[in-house]
Design a binder for this molecule. Structure first.
Ligand code: PMV
Length: 310
């Protein structure tokens, strides 16, 4: 019998509804082919990539240990997903950690434990990232129940229903600005705007309506419609102050070759996601503005446990 356990989970892009989802609005995210892989070995204490770490420095593995009801483990992470880039790196690592630590857990148990790990580590979070990383494919989070429901959770102020969405895989290009920003402070910034300004509350409501419409257009494979809605979603994210000059510059550069483009994730840096059927042209445009393009497909596989070698 092998002494280690290994699991991997995908990153994601948010097609519609980041930030607004925290307030109970609808959001849609899809898994991408970049993955994080975690190998764990049972141990009496916690080490992370060969080092002892403090909880303040990196709370995620600590909360994962608590969720898994274990005292310790040696954890090693290999991730293709740039951190703080809006691609769900921390969610993918949390899901892979839990799937590796608890081989007896099903997807629903991993998804809900990973959500709590994110929430406790980040301060405020929706179950969007952790759900799409667990289940893969394309996932909708909304206040309403649906026939395709995967699981649901009641947060402090809202109830979220997480469902799968039957969407044909699409070609997308991700454009990385080269630097990211931590999610927590951006979520807090939007929370403050929401509590102080009716304009911010209206923008958040409108993002929710766009996501609802986007969900229908995605199911109809109406890419022109999806793209137009992505552009509208982006303008509202900019209004909420989470876009940056670099993100806007990449979005402007790809406009001529795409159906639509927007930032993905918390913003403040990180990545744009572009819906296009001219990936190479989009990739060139991103490169010319100093960004890093990744051409990939949506709807990637969710968490996977790997059989130990030998
Ligand atoms: O930047 P990321 O990949 O951590 O995505 C954050 C998405 C938010 O909607 C801003 C927060 C959340 O928990 O849903």
């Amino acid at each position: 019998m092998s002494s280690y356990s290994e699991a991997s989970a995908p990153g994601k892009v948010i097609l519609f509804g980041e930030h607004a989802v925290v307030f109970g609005m609808t959001a849609v995210a899809t898994a991408i082919t970049m993955r994080a892989k975690v190998r764990t070995v049972p141990a009496g204490t916690l080490t992370f990539n060969g080092k002892r770490i403090e909880k303040e420095e990196n709370p995620y593995p600590y909360h994962a240990m608590e969720e898994a009801e274990l005292d310790g483990a040696d954890m090693n992470v290999i991730s293709e997903i740039p951190p703080g880039a809006g691609l769900g790196s921390s969610a993918a690592v949390s899901v892979a950690m839990l799937a590796s630590l608890r081989r007896d857990w099903d997807m629903k148990t991993v998804a809900s434990a990973a959500y709590r790990v994110e929430l406790l580590s980040q301060g405020r979070a929706s179950p969007l990232d952790t759900s799409v990383s667990t289940y893969g494919n394309t996932v909708v989070v909304s206040r309403e129940n649906s026939a395709e429901e995967l699981w649901s959770i009641r947060g402090r102020e809202v109830e979220w229903h997480i469902s799968s969405l039957a969407v044909r895989p699409m070609e997308i290009v991700i454009g990385y600005t080269g630097h990211g920003a931590p999610t927590g402070p951006l979520v807090e910034h939007v929370r403050q705007l929401h509590s102080r300004f009716s304009l911010a509350r209206e923008a958040i409501e409108e993002i929710g309506q766009i996501a609802e419409e986007g969900r229908r257009k995605l199911m109809e494979s109406d890419y022109e419609g999806v793209g137009r809605l992505m552009n509208r979603n982006q303008r509202l994210l900019a209004l909420l102050g989470v876009s940056t000059k670099e993100l806007e510059s990449l979005i402007e550069a790809v406009a001529a070759y795409s159906y639509g483009a927007k930032l993905t994730g918390a913003g403040g840096g990180g990545c744009i996601v572009v819906l296009t059927d001219r990936s190479e042209k989009v990739a060139d445009a991103i490169r010319r503005r100093g960004g890093l393009p990744y051409i990939c497909r949506t709807g990637a596989e969710g968490m996977r446990r790997h059989e130990p070698e030998g």
